[in-house]
Design a protein around this ligand. Sequence first.
Ligand code: GDP
Ligand code: CA
Length: 323
Amino acid sequence: MRITALAGGVGGARFLRGLRRHLDTLPDGPHELTIIGNTGDDITLFGLRVCPDLDTLLYTLGGGVHEQQGWGRADETFAVQHELAAYEVPPQWFGLGDQDFGTHIARSLWLGQGMPLSRVTARLAERWGLPGQHVRLLPMTDTPVETHVVVEEGEEQRAMHFQEWWVRYQAQLPAVRFVVAGMDHAVAGPGVLDAIRQADVVLLPPSNPVVSIGIILTVPGVRDALRGTNAPVVGVCPLVGGAPVRGHADVCLEAIGIDVTPAGVAGLYTDFLDGWLVDERDAGAPVAGLRVRACPLLMTDVDAAAAMGAAALELAMDLRKAA
Ligand code: GDP
Ligand code: CA
């Protein structure tokens, strides 16, 4: 079975680690998992290219993530960051650990040698053992793109990098809209559109619907591929009991005028979504045109995430049979 998933950082990575564990228990394996990762969060800091969502996926699937935090490396130290602070090198609102710096240095070196991000990511993924797990991690595009947030300051509007809005200002500055700088001349990364078209199942993990999944959907061709694929497309809701489990997805949804409800989120995907997994406490509200199923959607540990992966796959299989 070939499964393709679109993913942001922590929500996507935790779900996909669980799904990977579940896939290993199924017969007729190995089953192939292709992840299309969001690169809208990417940022150049200290001259280094940082890809927060790709790195969270690598570290989580590779067993090196800081488990409580959900991103960054376990057992991290911060000597480099302290030195940069001593030199008053900005920005100081974005925390990078020493081991994490190693990833960004390697990536920046290879990018500087002319390697596309997709190739660089494949090389990083080898170190984290992804090929051995039958996981391919594809950046949504090799074109450098950056999500910017237009915020209102009194009468004025100003655009800032998504990371500055999210990390420095904790999404507290009123957002008017999100724009992806560079997307107008971007093309989908190698293998991205085929991975959607040729999949047996397409999954949307409970990633942020606006600034993770929503950004991947703006890559030219991705939305058309999702509309055109024969595979059932099943999404997992990032809201539980009417609120995001972590992060500021509610603020992002409100900024673009979408209800902070499972139906509101599903509404962003209506042109291609077939099935929608919601938490038990959000059961009962039908969503037009969709097969909705309820199950526990809190990823308290890997087993819980594996059960969610199993439920999403089961829904996809039922939709395939029905088709
Ligand atoms: P980010 O890039 O690190 O922000 O991560 P993602 O975009 O992949 O995921 C963020 C989303 O994951 C948030 O909107 C959360 O509500 C959602 N999320 C995190 N943990 C859970 C969980 O245990 N269950 C569900 N259903 N959603 C979760
Ligand atoms: Ca992210």
